[in-house]
Design a protein around this ligand. Structure first.
Ligand code: 5GP
Length: 123
């Protein structure tokens, strides 16, 4: 499948340095930074530097080096932020049904409190 990427999205602007961010760690291929509206005591976003819309896009088109760098950074952030013992959650929203707001792949790392059920019940 061919994915289309909008380079005017907010995370593309962060990567170009047009918008500031609170960086947790930057690597060759990835950036971890704090979410501007944290939903938990720990709320870090991890994005690849490459132009990927979603996790499925990344899994299809990213190089092995990009994928390795990205996955390793997620684990490193958990250890750096001290949530690996008590537990944490990894979320990646994609597309309309996933209610993805920013069309550049990101995972949310959430922790620091009991996070409750994985999905809200729908009435
Ligand atoms: P999504 O709903 O796409 O999975 O999550 C997008 C996330 O990006 C939200 O949690 C939102 O708070 C965060 N966000 C949106 N704009 C900015 C921004 O300018 N800076 C930072 N650090 N986070 C942002």
């Amino acid at each position: 499948m061919a994915y289309s990427y909008d380079d005017q999205n907010i995370f593309a602007k962060i990567l170009r340095g047009e918008i500031p961010n609170q960086t947790v760690k930057e690597t060759d291929h990835s950036l971890a930074f704090r979410d501007i509206y944290p939903q938990a005591p720990l709320h870090v976003l991890v994005i690849p530097k490459g132009a990927y819309v979603s996790f499925d896009h990344f899994a299809q088109d990213a190089s092995d080096a990009e994928i390795l760098d990205y996955v390793r950074l997620v684990g490193e952030v958990c250890r750096m932020e001290g949530v690996e013992e008590d537990g944490w959650r990894l979320i990646s929203n994609a597309g309309r049904n996933g209610v993805q707001e920013v069309p550049h792949l990101h995972v949310h790392i959430l922790g620091g409190r009991v996070l409750g059920r994985m999905l809200q019940k729908q009435d």
